[in-house]
Ligand binder design. Structure first.
Ligand code: UDX
Length: 467
């Protein structure tokens, strides 16, 4: 059992701390006393409300409460940890570069308060080389001659599935250039995870791995999104193509869902950050620059499909939006594509009726969009808003509740339009919709409704391919 301190009680810090507490003694430190009090109340069964929405997290915190200490006192946080994990935010600045302000101030606090030998690992997503910067800050600020090593241990958990991702990760990546410290980190993780999941490496490679993983996943999605546009143009079905290529195990079936674009706190920020980092190093990663552009263009493409149905005039139109979070089961609205669509609709005169399965997502929407007050209505029930004044239903994320809509309840709509931003309705349902005179639009599956024009395809080939 090791003593661990986590810096930062956010989406990464709290689940990671709760998970480490299965086998280690963990102190979660955050200067924000309100956050720490919120967690403390949950751990003590005085409340069931955390500041982050994460499945099974409350139970995990309570299960491991005997190993968890919560504090906003830096002296207590740095009393005698053997490991410190920095899990603070690195929000992008106006140039798309990771803002290292919080990482650097964590390093300064560590330097001023560290008294025991310690290994400091950075979990926050940072530009490669940041560990060396942290090392310099600590070295400079240390009050006494304490031995320490700095390394990297990026986090790959996805929001909404953090507890499960931490329990059964595909791999644990960590890097440190000091071989003795690297061995200690390996020992730390062998108490927690399968040995064959451990992936030790140098500090710099570990830092780059995080950017590379997120950029690769985002690129898979953008690749499918650009193919989806081709599918809509020629009449193919992106879901079938997805199945066809995803079964090739060299490609893999995950992260191939074409959609109105990816969002969240990681993919948009990290793709932008690695692209910027590469340009600054004079090795532009044009493939990632394309990934970013395609993501933006796909959202425009999807939005245009909605607007075109009303000849560009959305005045007094009413849209239902199911799912406002950047994906299902989260209250996080950062870079959320449904939010972007909702704002565009409201900017153009429409009223948006929003439902999400996570109540916190609705509260966050209200808090973050004060200028749109009066242009939207929030609902806690999925079908409550349907009436003969609704002009379209937009599916904003991939929640199971949206996969099988109760068509009878949609019948009352003034204009029977369904816009599937995540391509989640199956062919059977789409056919049913068509039978009931609904119009269905998606990103790459429009042919299920529209069919295809064989003679157009043949004429195209005759025209372009026969010399
Ligand atoms: C992601 C990574 O998955 C995780 O490993 C990393 O640590 C942080 O970034 P997260 O942002 O929580 O996690 O969500 P994720 O489930 O990856 O989804 C990101 C976005 O991509 C969502 O908007 C989702 O709807 C979209 N997506 C995902 C698609 O459009 N298609 C897919 O096939 C998969």
């Amino acid at each position: 059992m090791s003593k661990v301190t986590i810096f930062g009680a956010g989406y990464v810090g709290v689940p990671t701390g709760a998970h480490f507490a299965r086998t280690h003694r963990v102190t979660i430190y955050d200067p924000d006393t309100e956050k720490i009090d919120t967690i403390r109340k949950v751990v003590n069964n005085e409340s069931d409300e955390l500041h982050i929405h994460e499945k099974d997290l409350i139970e995990l915190l309570r299960e491991n409460r005997q190993n968890i200490c919560l504090t906003s006192d830096i002296t207590q946080a740095l009393k005698d940890p053997e490991f410190i994990f920095i899990a603070v935010g690195t929000p992008p600045n106006e140039k798309g570069r990771a803002n290292l302000k919080y990482v650097c101030s964590a390093a300064e606090e560590i330097a001023s308060n560290l008294k025991n030998e310690c290994i400091i690992l950075n979990k926050s997503t940072v530009p490669p080389g940041t560990a060396y910067l942290v090392q310099n800050i600590i070295k400079k600020g240390l009050k006494s001659n304490v031995k320490f090593a700095v390394g990297s241990c990026p986090e790959f958990l996805a929001e909404g599935t953090a507890v499960e991702d931490l329990r059964t990760p595909d791999r644990i990546v960590y890097g440190c250039d000091d071989p003795e410290a690297l061995d200690k980190i390996t020992r730390f993780f062998t108490f927690l995870q399968r040995r064959d999941s451990l992936c030790p490496m140098t500090t710099l490679s570990s830092e780059l791995t995080k950017y590379a993983a997120n950029a690769m996943l985002a690129t898979k999605i953008s690749f499918m999104n650009s193919l989806a546009l081709l599918c809509d143009t020629i009449g193919a079905n992106i879901r079938e193509v997805q199945d066809g290529i995803g079964r090739d195990q060299r490609i893999g079936s995950k992260f191939l869902n074409a959609s109105m674009g990816y969002g969240g706190s990681c993919f948009p920020k990290d793709t932008q950050a690695i692209a910027e980092y590469a340009v600054l190093n004079e090795v532009p990663l044009s493939i990632i620059e394309s990934t970013i552009k395609i993501n933006h263009d796909t959202t425009r493409y999807f939005y245009k499909k909605i607007v075109e149905d009303f000849n560009g005039d959305l005045t007094n139109k009413n849209f239902v939006l199911w799912g406002i979070g950047f994906k299902a089961r989260t209250d996080d609205l950062r870079e959320s594509k449904p939010v972007e669509i909702a704002r565009n609709l409201m900017d153009n005169g429409a009223h948006v009726h929003i439902y999400d399965t996570v109540a916190g997502a609705l509260t966050n929407f209200k808090r973050e969009n004060p200028t749109y007050e009066g242009k939207y209505t929030l609902y806690n029930e999925q079908y409550e808003m349907f009436s003969n004044e609704i002009d379209g239903l937009i599916i904003g994320n991939e929640h199971e509740k949206f996969r099988n809509p109760d068509l009878e309840k949609l019948e009352s709509m003034r204009h029977k339009n369904v816009y599937d931003g995540k391509n989640i309705l199956n062919n059977f349902l789409i056919k049913n919709l068509t039978r009931l005179k609904f119009q269905y639009k998606s990103v790459g599956k429009d042919s299920v409704v529209n069919g295809l024009d064989r003679s157009k395809l043949v004429n195209f080939l005759l025209d372009k391919y026969m010399d």
